[in-house]
Design a protein around this ligand. Structure first.
Ligand SMILES: Nc1nc2c(c(=O)[nH]1)N[C@H]1C(S)=C(S)[C@@H](COP(=O)(O)O)O[C@H]1N2
Ligand SMILES: [Mo]
Length: 415
């Protein structure tokens, strides 16, 4: 691991599912399937075999729960897989569909008033794939997590209506990302002290929702964060960055919600004046009771969560000792303790942590449990982090269902 490891490596990111404000939602975000992008120039008379899938990799039911253009990792599919989420099992959150990009012709274009000479998009400073590979490389171990991860529990645990993909807890994964520091590239592009905001933008299709074309997926990245620990990643867990995860190059923004980590990066505006996008104003803020009409400030850091590596409604035999395993993570601090309750929260026992805690990524943990009687049980796990925060029993409502951090009640059946 390179020098960034110590600091940058230790933070998590999160993204949001697609939480579409009611005003924009035509259907579920998952239904906002874009027209497939034309990837070949085959004559239109040629019958199309099958509509291209929005996600390229196989999505076996043992590993994923699929929601339209998105696929959630099943936590029971992580048991025994090691610390990092295997690329094949890493969740995918696509606003539209995974595009096909030729790394030989791909260029990253960097432009704007925050660069020397204020180049326009047409006169942008460009980087080829090869040029990026030739710059000093770093490896960062961090989570990418959707801001909407855990959203379904607002409804199933708290009885609240929220819009967006109904993730359980699998809209998260941790990988070793290989790439070049964004600060290195910005410096080469002529960053000036006047720069305040960046606007990285993807090469996937325009995002159309409720009949409104919001343009290409993009989200403001303040220059302070950009220079701190963000990388342009071209490798994931020792492999070339897979198509579904942003090939050829994506941003990895440690500890922040997943939308910050723009995939299929095409250009970055660097501005001396504040920038904005619908992903900063319409989505990825807290809306609803207790929040201003325009929403909270744009969301940045992820919250704390815990998950058992068990299927939903898993069956466990009575009269035997089971090793309950799980993972806890936070974008706000390092996970320090994890407690488990098998009696609905009346009593708690400390789980054994198997990894050192670090901001922005998880720790694996385990705990033996010997259930004596058959019946339905809810398993609870709660983590405390280095900021002193412990997962609460409820998360205050926000209508787009972001940043769920309450203790999840995981149903199992003892047989
Ligand atoms: N260009 C582009 N970047 C994107 C997205 C997208 O749809 N298009 N989705 C974002 C969201 S909401 C999340 S949570 C993460 C998901 O990353 P993954 O699919 O590699 O898990 O990518 C982010 N980057
Ligand atoms: Mo996301």
């Amino acid at each position: 691991m390179a020098s960034m490891t110590r600091r940058g490596v230790l933070r998590a990111t999160g993204g949001a599912a697609l939480a579409v404000p009611a005003a924009l939602a035509a259907g579920s975000p998952a239904s906002a399937l874009p027209a497939p992008s034309p990837t070949s120039s085959a004559p239109s008379a040629t019958p199309t075999p099958t509509a291209p899938s929005p996600i390229r990799k196989p999505l076996p039911a043992e590993w994923f729960t699929v929601f339209g253009t998105n696929a959630e990792t099943r936590f029971d599919a992580l048991a025994g897989t090691g610390y990092y989420t295997p690329n094949e099992r890493f969740f995918v959150r696509n606003h539209t569909a995974t595009p096909t990009i030729d790394a030989r012709t791909w260029r990253l274009r960097v432009f704007g008033s925050g660069l020397r000479g204020a180049p326009t998009l047409e006169s942008a400073v460009t980087f080829t794939y090869r040029q990026l590979l030739d710059l000093p490389a770093v490896t960062v171990s961090t989570a990418i997590e959707c801001a909407g991860n855990g959203r379904s529990f607002f409804t199933t645990q708290q009885g609240q209506a929220v819009s967006g993909t109904a993730w359980k807890l699998g809209g998260v994964g941790v990988a070793r990302w290989r790439g070049v520091r964004l600060s290195t590239v910005l410096e080469k592009a002529g960053l000036t002290g006047a720069a305040v905001d960046l606007l990285p933008r993807g090469l996937d299709a325009d995002f159309v929702t409720g009949g409104v074309n919001l343009g290409r997926v993009r989200r403001v990245l303040p220059v302070g964060k950009a220079l701190d620990d963000v990388i342009l990643a071209y490798g994931m867990n020792g492999e070339r960055l897979p198509a579904d995860h942003g090939f050829p190059v994506r941003l990895v923004v440690p500890s922040w919600i997943g939308i910050a980590s723009i995939k299929w990066l095409g250009d970055i505006e660097v501005s001396a004046t504040p920038l904005s996008s619908p992903w900063d104003t319409e989505f990825y803020r807290l809306f609803g009771p207790g929040h201003p009409a325009e929403g909270s400030a744009p969301l940045t850091r992820q919250v704390t969560k815990s998950a058992f590596e068990l299927g939903w409604n898993a069956q466990l035999a009575a009269g035997r000792t089971h090793r309950l395993t799980g993972r806890s993570w936070s974008g706000r601090g390092a996970v320090r303790t994890v407690e488990v309750s098998v009696d609905g929260g009346d009593s708690w026992r400390r789980a054994t942590l198997r990894d050192p805690g670090a901001t922005g990524r998880w720790v694996r943990w385990d705990l033996p449990w010997r259930p004596e009687h058959a019946g339905a049980v809810q398993l609870l796990a709660r983590a405390s982090d280095s900021t002193g925060a412990t997962q609460p029993t409820a998360t205050p409502l926000n209508t787009l269902g972001y940043l769920f951090d309450a203790v999840v009640r995981h149903p199992v059946t003892v047989t």
